[in-house]
Design a protein around this ligand. Structure first.
Ligand SMILES: Nc1ncnc2c1ncn2[C@@H]1O[C@H](COP(=O)(O)OP(=O)(O)O)[C@@H](O)[C@H]1O
Ligand SMILES: [Mg+2]
Length: 492
């Protein structure tokens, strides 16, 4: 506290001590600089005298250098206009003397509170920056490598429009952010808006902004997201859902990089990159007449298609390990990776929700697992989300594979594995070594597999795989009309 009047200083000191502060009182501003550089303070209460004293310099010094110390200015009634200037120099508030104990204490509480908010906001901003920098595209499949090359090549063409295509969860948001980072870096704005989840009228004013009086309720003009993105990246998520009425407006904007606010007649120029994304086929929408062909052409000058996870080969394993590492750190678990069986399952699974689905599953498994390697048993897949029955994928020609609800993927796969093993035993006329050879695995692996399979199907390995081959085949045929084994084989 800097206070030249000894009487007032004594009162203020005792009021601050009542709030549990250790108070250092100085009668003059000059020595305060030394005090402040030697020790940290939770609060500064500085008298503004106007004239000779270096009171404003002191406030400015605190504002610039001591971000953890909020300051309150005090002025005499004769000098009360100095309060406004004190605020400009960074004081949180100013108090006109004489003031009561209650007033001082209330101002102090407010200053500390707003300091806490400022620090929290700063902490969150820092986290977001770190997150942005921590963004990493995992995967070295040829498809992902060429996507990385594409991203590098457009970092120089900073105004080129990019169209990201890919199923949900394939990383469109991530790639849009990475493109922004490599093109503009951290400081430039990145703004995203979802084109199909906002009502059309609202979307228009969100994008383009509006002038005061443009419509009832427009009491003030408002900047649209386009204007706010000057010098950065505008991410138009789910562009296929852009309402028909807005399509020509967006086209004009993309062609001219200029637009008008709703209700305005001035053309406003901006310089920014647009990245659009879609998980639907825009070509089809163009064919059906619900998406303008010219806009589609304008958007797709630089298309990037993100392949579904099931087409990225071993990327799924790299991604799983990457996510396990991150999750294990977050939850303080010592998990190192996944078991070979789980790896096989991950490679075979269709991943309808792509990387987001993988991420959710890993997170859940890491939380529940007590082992150091994730096992098939840690994953409870809901069979109803399996897309295998989807004829469009064409994996199981001639057979309508339907999955019984309530059975996990792993149980379901176990039943198929069991059938394959039984079939192999039949072909090998009951000789397990021969059956193992037919399946391309060792005799030892055959035994291990039969144990695991039976654990999942709830049967006894000794009896299941020791039945007479011929009755066995008859049983298989009876239980599964329509030759399930061949169909399964064809699907591989
Ligand atoms: N190649 C990748 N490497 C690492 N994480 C990824 C990758 N692709 C996607 N992700 C993560 O998967 C999640 C879903 O991706 P997202 O970009 O939101 O997909 P989309 O926008 O296509 O639905 C996000 O958490 C994202 O960080
Ligand atoms: Mg997305």
């Amino acid at each position: 506290m800097v206070e030249s009047d000894a009487e007032e200083a004594r009162a203020a000191r005792s009021w601050l001590e009542n709030l549990d502060f250790d108070v250092v009182h100085l009668g003059d501003h000059a020595p305060a600089f030394d005090h402040l550089s030697n020790r940290s303070y939770d609060l500064a209460v500085i008298e503004m005298t106007g004239g000779k004293a270096c009171d404003f310099e002191l406030l400015q010094y605190i504002t610039r250098n001591l971000i953890k110390t909020p300051s309150i200015a005090t002025t005499s009634q004769a000098n009360s206009s100095l309060g406004t200037k004190a605020l400009q120099k960074g004081a949180r508030s100013f108090l006109v003397k004489p003031f009561s104990q209650e007033t001082l204490q209330q101002y102090v509480r407010q200053a500390l509170e707003s300091q806490r908010h400022a620090e929290e906001a700063e902490r969150l901003a820092r986290l977001r920056r770190q997150e942005r920098h921590g963004r990493q595209i995992v995967g070295s499949s040829p498809a992902m490598r060429s996507i990385s090359d594409l991203i590098a090549s457009i970092s120089d063409a900073s105004l080129t429009t990019v169209l990201l295509k890919g199923e949900t969860g394939t990383g469109k948001d991530l790639i849009a952010n990475v493109i922004h980072d490599v093109t503009f870096g951290d400081a430039a704005p990145f703004n995203a808006i979802n084109c199909s989840s906002i009502p059309p009228e609202l979307l228009e004013s969100e994008l383009f902004g509006y002038e005061k009086g443009a419509f009832t309720g427009a009491f003030q003009s408002k900047l649209g997201i386009i204007e706010l993105t000057e010098g950065g990246t505008l991410f138009l998520d789910d562009i296929a859902g852009l309402p028909a009425a807005l399509q020509p407006k967006l086209l004009r904007f993309l062609d001219e990089k200029s637009f008008r606010r709703v209700g305005g007649n001035a053309d406003i120029k901006v310089s920014l990159r647009v990245i659009a994304s879609t998980n639907r086929s825009i070509e089809k929408l163009v064919g059906a007449g619900s998406f303008r062909r010219d806009l589609y052409f304008r958007l797709s000058g630089f298309p990037i298609t993100l392949p579904p996870l099931r087409e990225r080969g071993r990327d799924v394993i790299d991604l799983a390990n990457h996510m396990i590492e991150r999750c294990a750190r977050r939850y303080g678990k010592g998990i190192r990776g996944i078991s070979p069986e789980l790896e096989r399952l991950f490679l075979a699974y269709q991943w309808p929700g792509n990387i987001r689905e993988l991420q959710n599953m890993i997170e859940r498994a890491v939380i529940v697992s007590e082992e150091d390697v994730l096992q098939t048993g840690h994953f409870q897949l809901d069979a109803s989300v399996l897309p295998i029955s989807n004829g469009a994928r064409g994996s199981y020609p001639g057979q309508d594979v339907t999955l019984p609800l309530g059975r996990s993927l792993f149980q379901e796969v176990a039943y198929y594995e069991k059938e394959l093993m039984e079939r192999a035993i039949y072909e090998a006329e009951g000789v397990k070594l021969g059956a193992a050879k037919l399946l391309g695995i060792s005799r030892h692996a055959f035994d291990r597999l039969s144990k695991r399979v039976c654990k999942l199907t709830g049967e006894d390995p000794a009896s299941v795989f020791a039945r007479s081959p011929r009755t066995e085949l008859a049983r298989i045929r009876a239980s599964k009309p329509g030759n399930g084994l061949k169909a399964l084989g064809a699907g591989r």
